[in-house]
Design a binder for this molecule. Structure first.
Ligand code: ADP
Ligand code: MG
Length: 608
């Protein structure tokens, strides 16, 4: 007896069906794609039990003749290609002619369809892939196909179906994708006889998003566009820094108008958000990439969800840059346009300028300290300090600061278009603007300001000699690690001397770190050196310097709980506005939250 058996045709069909159909969402995809290929402009999708019991798709497309409505279920039946070569040029979804044959082998199918030219419609019913009935029936032009009891004859597969909610999520994701991709098509989605979404045609992608996404996302969107000289084009819409999601479910990429799953593309989008989104958070994004057919192979996967580019890096870079540009444009428009942080509403009035009297927790620290020589001297003792700067003497520096301060003051009289209401919970600055209310996180904001300043004045920082040099003890092995990199500290304005086997003596520090204990920073530096040691020198320096800037900014910044004077709050807000990336702190937390007048009025039901 031979061990090898040839499976009967209908068993082979059922197995092959697994390639195309794994779950309800796959069936929905095949059916909706067929409707779109048939030129439909109105497509209704009905599900029962997330598609496990029923999937029905009704369209107003071209319909089929009686003959075709039987043929379409045959293996490799398609009206879309006749030779394999056609695959290279085909622009419709279907091309394998396998979807309906596969689906009909694992479910009960009822098809009602009518062509424009026909006198009447025709109904065809199938079980186990075989036609069990065909008859004329009254019908509208188009196609109405019902798939019932998916995998009823394949219990092994039925067992693998997930919970209703999981299957539903998959269908929803797919429905979103179709709706985004086909702005001119009217889509409706019903679940267990309830209308869930009704999406009439729209003119613009942003209107589409508003049909499906909650207002929190759809009011925080930016347009993205980019093009290169090889005919690759990127367009779409992404969420700004104010919203983020905990997974990638709201990220959609279409290549030549087909939804694709491509990890590199979503990574390229995220890369464009560097330093703007907190770690592990994802944006909402709908991106269309269009490129000549010979630069992409979209047919590598049986379900056509994957894509291979001839030159993936080129596409990814274009995408990353487009996202970056959209973010940057958004940031600069926040500064300059009427909707922005500093609104164009000129005033000759001085801003309220009362300083609360000094309290023990009143902040006297960095950046403000640039102007704050008196308190600085009070704390350290004038005779014991000497300001060092590579470029100018202490006096010059002091003068420069005074001049800067005067300019700063003048600015406050003419240009500011926001008003500080006060400090909330000793942590947030409340700001009133014509178009809304701003809640600024004082620590995050100050961190960002200092970070940018450290970066820009790198190796030019103003330092002070400490009256009592600080001794820091570290382990012998840490000191060995640090020794070859002691210059890093110097570049950041910290003069350190190695003393014995396990001590470092700090002679001077940047002025803005004068009150900060440096043990933590030194230990951190040792850890970073260990972490980045394997990088090449340039990359190593870049990483270490960036980390040092962020850490120094964090240490020197005002903390939650520090009381700020009005003057300090205005100063911080002015500085924040001038900083690049001012929407987030160097660690990616937002620096402020904006409540538009619109939102506020909606909340109080003054407006619907
Ligand atoms: P493919 O789409 O790959 O050609 P399918 O099995 O999905 O294969 O469909 C087979 C054929 O049935 C299609 O080529 C098309 O001619 C016809 N067809 C399927 N669905 C529809 C529909 N909704 N409207 C009109 N024709 C359809
Ligand atoms: Mg098809």
């Amino acid at each position: 007896m031979p061990k090898i058996k040839v499976l009967p045709q209908h068993e082979a069909c059922k197995i092959a069906a697994g390639e195309v159909v794994e779950r309800p969402a796959n069936v929905v995809k095949e059916l909706v794609e067929n409707s779109l290929d048939a030129g439909a402009t109105f497509i209704e999708i009905y599900l029962a039990k997330s598609g496990k019991d029923l999937i029905r798709v009704v369209d107003n497309g071209c319909g089929m003749s009686a003959e075709d409505s039987k043929l379409c279920f045959a293996h490799h039946a398609t009206s879309k290609i006749s030779t394999v070569e056609d695959l290279d040029t085909i622009n419709s979804f279907g091309f394998r002619g396998e979807a309906l044959s596969s689906i009909s082998s694992v479910s009960k199918v009822t098809l009602v369809t009518m062509e424009k030219e026909s006198q009447s419609g025709v109904q065809t019913m199938l079980e186990d892939g075989k036609v069990i009935l065909q008859e004329d029936i009254a019908s509208d032009i188009g196609t109405d196909i019902k798939i019932e009891n998916l995998f009823y004859n394949l219990p092994a597969r039925q067992k693998f179906l997930k919970k209703d909610e999981t299957e539903w999520r998959q269908v929803m994701q797919l429905f979103h994708a179709f709706v985004f991709d086909y702005e001119r098509v009217h889509f409706k989605l019903f679940s267990d006889d309830r209308l869930i979404y009704n999406c009439p045609p729209v003119q613009k992608l942003s209107e589409r998003l508003a049909q499906l996404w909650d207002s929190n996302i759809s009011e925080n969107l930016l347009e993205v566009s980019g093009k290169d000289e090889h005919g690759v084009e990127v367009r779409g819409v992404i969420s700004n820094h104010q919203v983020f999601r905990y997974n990638r479910a709201n990220m959609f990429c279409f290549v030549n108008s087909r939804l694709v799953k491509n990890y590199e593309l979503s990574r390229a989008i995220l890369k464009g958000y560097t330093n703007v989104l907190p770690n592990g958070k994802y944006p909402a994004a709908v991106i269309f990439i269009d490129l000549p057919n010979d630069l992409v192979d979209i047919n590598v996967h049986p379900r056509k969800e994957e894509v291979t580019f001839l030159n993936p890096r080129r596409v990814e870079n274009l995408l990353t840059n487009a996202v970056k540009q959209a973010m940057e444009k958004n940031l600069s428009s926040h500064i300059s346009n009427p909707e922005s942080f500093n609104q164009q509403h000129q005033t000759n009035q001085a801003m309220p300028f009362e300083s609360p009297s000094s309290t023990p927790k009143k902040f006297k620290g960095a950046r403000f300290s640039d102007y704050d020589f008196d308190s600085f001297i009070d704390q350290v003792g004038f005779s014991d300090l000497e300001a060092n700067t590579p470029s100018s003497s202490a006096k010059n520096e002091q003068q420069e600061n005074v001049i800067e301060f005067e300019q700063e003051e003048q600015k406050s009289f003419v240009e500011r278009n926001f008003e500080v209401i006060g400090q909330f919970n000793q942590t947030y600055i409340l700001v009133s603007k014509k178009e809304g209310l701003l809640l600024v996180d004082q620590h995050a904001a100050h961190e960002r300001v200092l970070y940018e300043m450290f970066k820009n004045r790198f190796e030019q920082v103003v330092t002070v000699n400490l009256m009592f040099p600080a001794t820091i003890r570290i382990s012998e092995s840490d000191l060995e690690t640090l020794k070859p990199h002691i210059d890093v500290l110097k570049n950041h304005g910290i003069t350190a001397e190695i003393f014995g086997k396990d001590q470092i003596i700090i002679q001077s520090t940047p002025t803005y770190l004068k009150q900060v204990k440096l043990d933590g920073l030194i230990n951190q530096l040792v850890a970073w050196i260990n972490e980045y040691q394997s990088l090449d020198l340039d990359q190593f320096k870049k990483e270490i310097n960036e980390k040092m800037h962020a850490q120094m900014a964090c240490k020197a910044a005002v903390k939650a709980g520090d009381i700020l004077s009005n003057e300090q709050m205005y100063e911080l807000l002015d500085d924040l506005e001038k900083s690049s990336n001012h929407m987030t702190c160097p660690h990616g937390r937002p620096t402020f939250w904006h409540f538009s007048i619109n939102e506020i009025e909606k909340k109080f039901k003054r407006k619907l």
